[in-house]
Design a protein around this ligand. Structure first.
Ligand code: MLT
Length: 329
């Protein structure tokens, strides 16, 4: 958190950011942990352009990538304090603050992006975003990081048994850790910023992330096998500090929210396309890709996770999610 404070203070000194007394000009700080070529960042660049155009430069957005303002927990705490303005991030991190997102961390919940969008873009997703207001945040929309795949440097992981004993980094999220423990791995929660070095030094044998994140962060330099498990669909809620939101004029709130919601389709499209593009790129770089994953087998192996968390998540919510996917509501 101290890094955030130093960087945002410096940034504020340089740009006049967050100065609500300068009513006609505001610069908002966006923070995320992935890099400048990731769909998150490309989408933020687009939002920044729209916002600046539509306010004649009176509202600007400055995007800090690569976790320079801290890991996802720091960013969330920063938003609660009002020293980071906006972010998009894994539900893995957010669910520890706002448990309504927990259902989205269930393994093999969504078998396609279309099914995920049916739920996230419905009143179910809206309720999850609205619950953030109890935690000093404002939920705006759902972008995505995509389907997560396991990568490791030890062996072909084809069936859940192949995870036995693998030291696998997970998000700092009880349900996601529990999923990998259930599957037999030695689950090690860790902030994203530490993962490359931990793999390099052999503190962990593997990790799990979408192909774009693996490729763009050069995780394939330090893990040799990727299994296309697609075990979690990583929704990425776009979240704003409530303190910042409340300080904006109603006009600026509208411009900002509309710009983010307009960019959602673009972010999802480039994320989906990146699965195709980076699969080819990873193959071309000589990474061993394990493609023939029997998802039904994996889903069955994850059943204890559903049994364990169904009361906490709420059977009613789980049923509503199923019905939404089946087009019943
Ligand atoms: C991570 O593994 O930490 C995530 O990919 C970060 C994110 O989803 O934002």
């Amino acid at each position: 958190l101290s890094i955030i404070l130093i960087v945002t203070t410096l940034s504020a000194m340089l740009t006049g950011c967050g100065d609500s007394s300068k009513k006609d000009s505001v610069t908002l700080t966006v923070a995320h942990v992935l890099n400048e070529t990731h769909p998150y960042h490309l989408a933020w660049t687009e939002v920044a352009k729209l916002v600046e155009e539509r306010t004649d430069g009176a509202m600007r957005i400055e995007v800090f990538a690569n976790g320079v303002l801290g890991n996802e927990r720091d960013i969330i705490e920063g938003m609660q304090l009002g020293i980071v303005d906006i972010s998009c991030m894994s539900t893995g991190a957010l669910a520890s603050f706002s448990p309504s997102f927990m259902a989205l961390d269930l393994p093999f919940l969504f078998d396609s992006r279309e099914n995920a969008y049916k739920v996230l873009d419905s009143e179910i997703g809206r309720e999850m975003l609205d619950d953030l207001s109890d935690h000093m945040m404002v939920g705006i929309d759902f972008w995505e990081n995509g389907f997560r795949d396991v990568s490791n440097s030890k062996r072909d992981v084809l069936v859940p048994e192949d995870l036995k004993g693998l030291k696998l980094r997970t998000l700092e999220n009880e349900l996601q850790m529990g999923t990998f423990t259930t599957l037999g791995a030695n689950a090690i929660p860790m902030a994203w910023g530490e993962v490359y070095t931990a793999l390099q030094q052999g503190t962990i044998d593997g990790q799990e992330n979408p192909l774009a994140t693996i490729y763009l962060n050069k995780i394939h330099e330090v893990t040799t096998h990727i299994s296309l498990t697609e075990h979690f669909y990583a929704a990425a809620p776009v979240v704003m500090s409530k303190k910042t939101y409340d300080k904006l004029s109603p006009e600026n709130q509208k411009v900002l929210v509309e710009a983010i919601q307009e960019v959602t389709d673009y972010e999802r499209q480039i994320s989906a396309q990146s699965d195709v593009d980076y699969l080819e790129a990873l193959k071309a770089d000589g990474v061993k890709i394990i493609e023939d994953i029997d998802k039904e087998l994996w889903r069955e192996a994850c059943q204890p996770v559903y049994d364990k968390y169904k009361d906490q998540i709420g059977e009613d919510l789980l049923q509503r999610i199923q019905e939404k996917m089946n087009g019943k509501r």
